[in-house]
Design a protein around this ligand. Structure first.
Ligand code: G3H
Length: 539
C-alpha cells in the first residue's frame, strides 16, 4: 500500500463525467403535512469527504445545503403526524392493510425512478463506493418488497378467528402512534428505511430526521413521499438534534423512537420523554464484534473474511469485526497473509473500479483514528502493515496494530474506522473473558475446523451476543434474519418480520360466544363493515 499524498485526490477534470456530482443541491424545502414547505432560514452547507486538487491545494467538493430547521418547524411536523394519526382514528391508522400496501407499492415505483440521483448523492455525501451505494439502494428496494410479503403473510395468519373457553376472538396487529425515525450515516438510506417502511406499513405516522451526513440523498425522494402517502403520514425534520429532536421528545407525544446511532444519544433522547414507560424504543447502537481464530482454522478463509469484516466501507459498519483474537500458534502466518491481503486493497475515490478504501465523511475522523493508533503505539503495539495508518486529509490507509493489549483504548472502544487491532492469545479464556466483560454484545465470528471445538464455544457464546458466525464475517444480512444485540448494542429486534411486530401491538376483538354476538360478528363480516374485524384474505 503506497504512502498517501495529495495526488490520491483527483483534479476536477479527472473525475469521469458520468460520476460528476452535478449542480449543487440547495435544498430549501421540507415535507410536513403533505406539502413541501419552503424554507428561507439558515442552512447547513454540505461538503463531500472527497477533495479535488488544484495545483498543490486540496478542497472539499461542495455538494449543496439543507435547511437548519428550528423548534417551530419541528412542532409543525409533530402536529402534522399527530393529526394524521388522529389518536388512532386517522384514515391511515384505520386503513385496510391491503390499501396501505398499495401506497407503499406506489412509493416504491416512484423511488425506483430516482435510483441514479440517490446513488450519486449517497456516494458523494458519505464516500461509499459506487458499487456499495448501488447495493444499498437495491437492498432497500428488496427490503420493502420483503416487508410487503411478510405483512401479507402476517395478515393472512390473523384473518382467522379463535374460539377458546366460550370466547370468540380475532387477534391482529394495530399501530402504535407517531414514530420518530433516525438512521445512521453509514447506511443513511437503508437503515432509515428499515424502520421507516415497517413503521408506516403498520399504520403509524412518521417523522424522520436524516443523519448528520447523508441528508441530501433523501431530497429526491420527498416528492415520492408526498405523492404516495396521505398528508401528514410522512414528515421530515432537518438540523441540529438539540433544536429539532429535543422538542419532539419532551412533548411526550412520540410513541416509538427508532434510532440507530450511539448509546449516549439514545440515552439522552429516551430521558427527554416525560413518560418513559409510554415510549417504545428500537435501537441499533455500538458494537465491538470480535473474531476468534483457533489454531486449526482455514487461514486463507479467515484472512478473506477478516479483511471483509474489518474493512468493508472502511470499517464503518456497526457489524464490522473490530478486534481479532488470533491464537499464538498461527499469529505470524496470519499476519503475513492478512497484511498481503490489505496491501492489495485499492485506495481511491468511490467511483473507481474495484476501490475498497475511500474518504471518511465524519469531521476530524482521521484525527480520532490517529489518536487510537498513537495510544496503542505508546503502550507497546506496532503498526505492522506497510504504510498502515498513513493519512491524507479524509483518507486513511488501514492500520493493523499488533500486539494489542487490554491497557490500550483500541482494545475496548469502538473505532468505527479502518483500524484492525490484533490480540494474540494462548488460552481461550482470554477472548472469552473479553466477550463476557465487554460493554457490547452484538455478534462475533469463530474461525476453526473442529466441530467439537466450535460447538463448545457456541453454547456459552450465544448467551453473550446475538449472532455467532462460523468461519464467516459478522453481518446484518440476510435481512430476514433477526438483527439485534445485547448489553449496550441494541434494544429490540429488526428483521423483515420482527420489524412489523416492533412497530405494532397485538389488539383483539373478543365476544362471549352466544347467539347475539355470533350474529353481530357474522353481519360485520358478511357486509364487510370493519377493516379490523374481517376475514379478507390478501393474495
Ligand atoms: O452498521 C450496521 C449495519 O446494520 C451493518 O449492516 O452487516 O449488512 O453491513 P451490514
Amino acid at each position: 500500500m503506497r504512502k498517501l499524498d495529495k495526488d490520491v485526490f483527483p483534479e476536477k477534470c479527472e473525475i469521469p463525467s458520468q460520476h460528476f456530482p452535478g449542480n449543487s443541491l440547495l435544498q430549501d424545502n421540507y415535507l410536513v403535512g403533505g406539502e413541501l414547505r419552503k424554507w428561507k432560514g439558515e442552512v447547513q452547507k454540505v461538503y463531500s469527504p472527497v477533495y479535488t486538487r488544484a495545483g498543490d491545494k486540496l478542497e472539499r467538493v461542495f455538494l449543496g445545503s439543507y435547511p437548519l430547521l428550528t423548534e417551530n418547524e419541528s412542532e409543525q411536523a409533530l402536529h402534522a403526524a399527530l393529526n394524521a394519526y388522529g389518536n388512532g382514528r386517522g384514515a391511515w391508522a384505520v386503513m385496510p392493510v391491503e390499501k396501505r400496501i398499495k401506497h407503499v407499492e406506489h412509493f416504491t415505483f416512484l423511488m425506483k425512478e430516482k435510483r441514479e440521483e440517490v446513488v450519486r448523492l449517497l456516494m458523494w455525501e458519505i464516500g461509499k463506493t459506487l458499487k456499495d451505494s448501488e447495493k444499498e439502494f437495491d437492498r432497500t428496494l428488496v427490503y420493502i418488497q420483503d416487508t410487503i410479503d411478510a405483512l401479507k403473510d402476517l395478515d393472512r395468519r390473523s384473518s382467522k378467528f379463535e374460539i377458546r373457553e366460550g370466547v370468540i376472538g380475532q387477534i391482529r396487529r394495530a399501530p402504535l402512534g407517531v414514530v420518530l425515525c433516525m438512521g445512521p450515516f453509514n447506511y443513511p438510506l437503508n437503515e432509515t428505511y428499515t424502520t421507516l417502511i415497517p413503521a408506516l406499513i403498520m399504520g403509524n405516522t412518521v417523522i424522520f430526521k436524516p443523519p448528520k451526513h447523508g441528508v441530501l440523498l433523501h431530497q429526491p425522494l420527498l416528492n415520492a413521499f408526498r405523492d404516495a402517502f396521505p398528508p401528514g403520514v410522512v414528515n421530515t425534520v432537518y438540523g441540529d438534534g438539540k433544536e429539532v429532536i429535543g422538542p419532539l421528545m419532551t412533548s411526550g407525544k412520540i410513541d416509538v423512537l427508532a434510532f440507530i446511532g450511539s448509546s449516549k444519544v439514545a440515552d439522552i433522547l429516551k430521558k427527554q420523554h416525560p413518560d418513559p414507560h409510554r415510549l417504545r424504543s428500537v435501537l441499533g447502537l455500538e458494537a465491538k464484534n470480535p473474531a476468534i481464530l483457533l489454531p486449526d482454522c482455514d487461514l486463507q478463509n479467515a484472512v478473506t473474511e477478516c479483511i471483509l469484516g474489518a474493512l468493508s466501507y472502511n470499517g464503518q459498519r456497526c457489524t464490522a469485526l473490530k478486534i481479532l483474537f488470533v491464537h499464538k500458534d498461527i499469529v505470524s502466518q496470519f499476519i503475513k497473509s492478512f497484511n498481503e491481503g490489505i496491501s492489495n486493497l485499492k485506495v481511491g475515490m468511490p467511483w473507481e473500479e474495484d476501490v475498497k478504501i475511500t474518504p471518511l465523511p465524519e469531521d476530524n475522523k482521521t484525527d480520532a483514528m490517529q489518536e487510537y493508533v498513537e495510544d496503542a503505539l505508546e503502550k507497546g503495539a506496532e503498526l505492522i502493515n506497510e504504510n498502515g495508518g498513513h493519512i491524507c486529509e479524509s483518507l486513511m490507509n488501514p492500520a493493523v496494530l499488533y500486539p494489542v493489549t487490554a491497557d490500550m483504548k483500541i482494545y475496548h472502544e469502538e473505532q468505527f474506522g479502518p483500524i484492525i487491532p490484533i490480540v494474540p492469545f494462548e488460552n481461550l479464556e482470554e477472548p472469552l473473558q473479553y466477550i463476557v466483560q465487554s460493554k457490547y454484545g452484538q455478534q462475533l465470528s469463530i474461525f476453526g475446523k473442529e466441530a467439537d471445538d466450535i460447538a463448545r464455544l457456541i453454547d456459552p457464546l450465544v448467551n453473550q451476543v446475538c449472532r455467532v458466525n462460523i468461519n464467516s464475517q459478522c453481518q446484518r444480512g440476510p435481512d430476514t434474519f433477526p438483527f439485534t444485540g445485547r448489553k449496550d448494542s441494541a434494544e429490540g429486534t429488526l428483521s423483515v418480520s420482527d420489524a412489523l411486530r416492533v412497530f405494532s401491538i397485538r389488539s383483539l376483538v373478543a365476544a362471549k360466544s352466544n347467539e347475539m354476538n355470533k350474529e353481530i360478528i357474522t353481519r360485520i363480516l358478511k357486509e364487510d363493515k370493519s377493516n379490523f374485524l374481517s376475514r379478507d384474505f390478501i393474495f
